[in-house]
Structures are given as structure tokens and as C-alpha cells.
Design a protein around this ligand. Structure first.
Ligand code: SAM
Length: 265
């Protein structure tokens, strides 16, 4: 059985507990497919105030996380998880995405270091880190949310964590497409009906419709995903059909006298 050990190094260990007690992560922990521990960096301080931060050399505002407690917490955790990959959460890291999640899911363990204040002393990243990860181009107050994002996305890719019905294989970003649209009961909601094909019981037609909605929404919302990978002949045929349909709509509007030359009137 595949298993992953997660450890988050943080000055706020309680933040993690509520998340781990719910949903798929809770089930994965109960089944022994993952273990998750929050390591309190303060437990590795040597002074009676349990200080984890200090003023920056060179002056300036804000505080910096001191290297000694972090290094001690990390070395202690590595003794427990010797084969784990050590990740520093930072807005300056490589942007975390589904391919990175898939790579990390193959590791035996992940140690996630959560910064606070202005971040961690640079000597930690220089010497003790395997990978720096950012969850996006914005700045959070701390790395705990980012660590949970990484843990969550990685956990669902560990074989056996998702049941057959929850398979990750068709999720957005698996392959090059966003996932197709979803509908559930009721059949009509506030005057909007579920697409007829989904009620047809015709599995081939449903599969074709799903593929088409996945392609269409990827074209409209994230064309960069399509540009990044070669498309199969079937996808190209679907896109051509879509382009022809759009062309026919434009042509029909043009016939009615609507178009760029008529100023859209
Ligand atoms: N001064 C830092 C900078 O400008 O790069 C930002 C520090 S931020 C206020 C405090 C901590 O939050 C960081 O050390 C990091 O652990 C975490 N953090 C903030 N934004 C993040 C992001 N986009 N991805 C991952 N971690 C983030």
C-alpha cells in the first residue's frame, strides 16, 4: 500500500488539526494511507520566551524567523522521516500546480516549512531545503494555508486515497483540459434544465458531450492549457466543429446586418 508521511513545521500547529479531521484527508489518515503531524517550532527554542523571530540585519520593518529553532525542528523531523522531501512555502518559490502535485505524490514523505512575518532566514533556504513552493502570485500572512493546499492536492493523488467513484483521472489539469460541467438533481432548477443528453442513458453520447464541454470551457477559460500540449485528432475535430458553429453564428448575424461594419447595431 502506498503511504505518505506529512509533517508541517509551524508556530501555529492548531491551525492544521481542524482540516485534518474532515473529509478525504481524515479518511486517508484513518486508513493509514497518510500520516500528518504538525511540529511546533517553538518546542525547539532555547530561551524561556520561546522566541522564533528576530529583527532583520540591515534594519527595515518586520521580523524574520530565526534559523536555529527551525533548523532544530527540521533535523528532528528528518530523523523521523529520513526520506521526506523538504519544502519551504514561500511566494518566491516555483508555482505549485497539478504536475508538481503528481511528482510530490511519488515521494515517501513531505516536510512543509511554514513561514511567518517577513519569512525565514535565508540560510535555511540556502542549505536545508529541497524545493521552494508558492501557491500563487499573492502574499499570505503565513505558510500554513499554503502547506494545507499542497497536502490536500498531493493526498488525493496517492493511489488508493480516492475511491473509484472519486477518481482523479478526469479532474481539471489531468491531461490538458479543464473538467466537463457537472449536474445533479433536481432535473430543473429555477427554470434551468439539465442538458437532455445526460438523461439519455446513452453512454457514448454522454462521453462525447463531456469531452466537448471540457474542450469548450478550456478554450474559453484557459486556452494556455491547450497551447501547452499536442491535441489528439478527435479533439482537433471537435474544436474545428466548434469553430464552424461559431462561424455560422457570426455569418447569420452578418446576414441580419449585424457586424463590425454596421457598428454592432
Ligand atoms: N516577505 C515575504 C516576501 O515578500 O516574499 C513574504 C512573507 S509572507 C508575509 C509570510 C509567509 O507566508 C512566508 O514566509 C510563506 O511561508 C507564506 N506565504 C505567503 N504567501 C505565500 C504564497 N503565495 N505561497 C506560499 N507561501 C506563502
Amino acid at each position: 500500500m502506498c503511504r505518505m508521511d506529512f509533517a508541517a513545521l509551524t508556530i501555529f500547529p492548531d491551525i492544521f488539526k481542524a482540516y485534518w479531521e474532515h473529509g478525504i484527508l481524515r479518511r486517508a489518515i484513518a486508513q493509514g494511507r497518510i500520516s500528518a503531524t504538525a511540529v511546533d517550532i517553538r518546542a525547539f527554542t532555547a530561551d524561556r520566551h520561546h522566541t522564533t523571530d528576530d529583527r532583520p540585519f540591515g534594519g527595515g520593518c518586520g521580523m524574520v524567523m530565526k534559523p536555529e529553532p527551525l533548523a532544530a525542528a527540521l533535523r528532528d523531523t528528518r530523523r523521523r522521516l529520513p526520506r521526506a522531501v523538504t519544502v519551504l512555502l514561500t511566494p518566491q518559490g516555483r508555482v505549485f500546480d497539478q504536475p508538481v502535485a503528481a511528482q510530490l505524490a511519488a515521494a515517501e514523505g513531505l516536510i512543509l516549512i511554514c513561514g511567518r512575518y517577513e519569512g525565514v532566514d535565508e540560510r535555511i533556504s540556502d542549505t536545508l531545503i529541497d524545493l521552494e513552493l508558492s501557491i500563487g502570485d499573492y502574499v499570505l500572512t503565513g505558510g500554513e494555508l499554503a502547506a494545507l493546499v499542497v497536502m490536500d492536492a498531493v493526498t488525493r493523488l496517492i493511489p488508493g486515497v480516492l475511491g473509484g467513484e472519486e477518481s482523479a483521472a478526469k479532474d481539471s489539469f489531468e491531461g490538458h483540459l479543464l473538467e466537463h460541467a457537472h449536474y445533479t438533481r433536481p432535473q430543473v432548477f429555477e427554470g434551468q434544465a439539465v442538458p437532455e443528453v445526460l438523461l439519455s442513458g446513452n453512454h457514448r453520447a454522454i462521453e462525447a458531450w463531456r469531452r466537448e464541454t471540457a474542450l469548450t470551457r478550456t478554450v474559453l477559460r484557459r486556452p494556455d492549457l491547450l497551447a501547452a500540449r499536442p491535441l489528439c485528432a478527435e479533439d482537433i475535430a471537435t474544436l474545428r466543429e466548434l469553430a464552424e458553429r461559431i462561424e455560422r453564428i457570426i455569418e447569420a448575424q452578418h446576414q441580419r446586418g449585424v457586424g463590425p461594419l454596421s457598428g454592432g447595431q
